[in-house]
Design a binder for this molecule. Structure first.
Ligand code: SAM
Length: 460
């Protein structure tokens, strides 16, 4: 796989020369037709930006360019609806020299207010075809017709990257039109994401289990209102996360501390009793000098006994002061608004490999089909939860055999909800009493329990 960085691609002579040549071809064509040199907004330039061909790349679109670069490097066949000046195509084809591109554009100026797509789209199609022979296939047609045709013909095999960047109200129909041609898992890059119809289409597909939002930290760092990244395709539908799918499974629940299993998952564990094979592993020993240092493990054992789960306690990590960890993970002051920032590669933290290695060893031993763990915001903002989240995800990537879910607390949306069972949960909290004050401390303690499907396809 090609691993050139975004900076390397953008600064490369080959990309710069192609960009200048493509822009020159568009500009000359527009001038010949007596039109101003301005085109649709795209990943490189603003909408109707005068003399875009003489300008630098638009800084506001840099996050989307970075996202496209990452996605292109992780894909083999890229379909784009709305090629316009070919700038997204050009960046993707340069980001991954193995990538094939299928472009669809109506190429008709349906409204006088539109830029003259009828003039420059044919020029761009010809330029792309000449410059990348054997790597591009172009359909001058309406979005839905072009997608159906691309899915039927599959000139480059299954499609694993889809950029919808033309119409705003038909995104779901567009996904449906191309569905037969999709790979098991296909990235969906939603352009024009400030538009309400576009956002609503993403939410609907997620709610229906047809798509998932990509939540890996690589994309969090470059989040922007201009785009959204989902995964869709038959594999996503097949592994649709829901409570019923947990029945009969071998489940490994990885938590930091004794009581996390109850706080984030107590009702779910109760509902799974005798219906799934559950192991609960806590990775941190109780901190010394707590009022409940010596009672927490026994309390957790009683909870596990009550739900029929095995308990594993790892001895390596002790809950402690977080000064060193804060040099790796910067927790936001407002957890709801911002994800924690990873300041250094986590594997350089002395605990990370130990946690990830232990998790991996346990996965190999237990062979879980589902793994549940902390989420990337650390639920209510606990830094150790964030560390374990990444350690378990890394282990799950090595293990490969399990569907991974995270707790929903602290995340803006969840994939499914398990209704609270307050009586059961209260009994578990009682096991940790009288030292433990969590029921009053955590306002979510008796709420419904949400879970989020984790996407392991993109490395953090
Ligand atoms: C915003 S531009 C695409 C920019 C491009 N994706 C990029 O980032 O470089 C939108 C394009 O969608 C095309 N378009 C508009 N309506 C369409 C339709 N019904 N079917 C296919 N393409 C359409 C327009 O011709 C225009 O070229």
């Amino acid at each position: 796989m090609n691993t050139r960085t975004y900076e390397e691609v953008i600064a490369s002579r080959a990309f710069r020369e192609d960009l200048a040549d493509l822009n020159h071809a568009i500009a000359e064509g527009l001038k010949r037709a007596g039109e101003p040199v301005a085109i649709n907004g795209n990943v490189c330039y603003g909408h109707m930006q005068p003399d875009f061909h003489l300008s630098d790349l638009e800084p506001g679109m840099e996050p989307k360019r970075r996202a496209l670069h990452l996605l292109a490097q992780d894909s083999t066949c890229f379909v784009e609806v709305g090629v316009a000046g070919g700038h997204a195509a050009l960046l993707a084809l340069h980001s991954n020299p193995e990538l094939k591109f299928i472009g669809i554009d109506l190429g008709q100026r349906l409204r006088a207010s539109w830029p003259p797509v009828d003039i420059y789209v044919p020029i761009v199609f010809k330029w792309l075809g000449d410059r990348f022979p054997g790597r591009v296939k172009l359909y001058m047609s309406d979005a839905l017709d072009g997608l159906r045709q691309a899915a039927a013909e599959q000139p480059f095999g299954p499609i694993d990257l889809l950029h919808l960047d033309a119409l705003k109200k038909t995104r779901i129909q567009e996904v449906e039109a191309v569905w037969p041609g999709l790979a098991g898992r296909c990235y969906l890059l939603q352009g024009d994401n400030k538009n309400g119809h576009v956002q609503a289409s993403s939410e609907k597909m997620i709610a229906e289990g047809r798509a998932r939002r990509v939540t890996s930290s690589q994309f969090q760092e470059i989040q922007s209102a201009t785009y959204d990244v989902l995964t869709t395709g038959p594999d996503i539908v097949a592994s649709k996360a829901n409570f019923e799918n947990l029945m009969g499974q071998r489940i490994l629940l990885c938590v930091c501390h004794q009581d996390d299993e109850t706080l984030f998952c107590g009702s779910t564990l109760s509902r799974l009793k005798d219906k799934a094979d559950v192991t609960v592993a806590s990775f941190f020993r109780p901190a010394p000098n707590r009022r409940d240092t010596n009672t927490r493990e026994a309390a957790m054992q009683r909870v596990c006994d009550a739900v029929g789960a095995r308990r594993v306690q790892f001895p390596f990590a002790v809950e402690e002061d977080h000064r060193r960890l804060r040099r790796f993970i910067k927790m936001p002051s407002e957890p709801a608004d911002n994800p924690p920032e990873l300041l250094r590669p986590l594997h350089r933290h002395p605990l990370f490999d130990l946690l990830s290695g232990s998790a991996f060893a346990l996965m190999q031993q237990i062979r879980p089909s589902t793994i549940i763990t902390h989420n990337q915001v650390g639920e209510y903002g606990h830094i150790e939860h964030v560390l374990l989240h990444y350690a378990v995800l890394q282990a799950a990537r090595r293990y490969q055999g399990a569907n991974v879910l995270s707790f929903g607390v602290g995340l803006p949306e969840v994939d499914f909800v398990v209704p609270s069972w307050p009586e059961q949960k209260n009994q578990f909290f009682d096991e940790y009493m009288p030292q433990w004050k969590g029921r009053k401390l955590y306002d979510f303690a008796l709420s419904d329990e949400g879970f989020v499907q984790q996407d392991l396809s993109v490395d953090d």
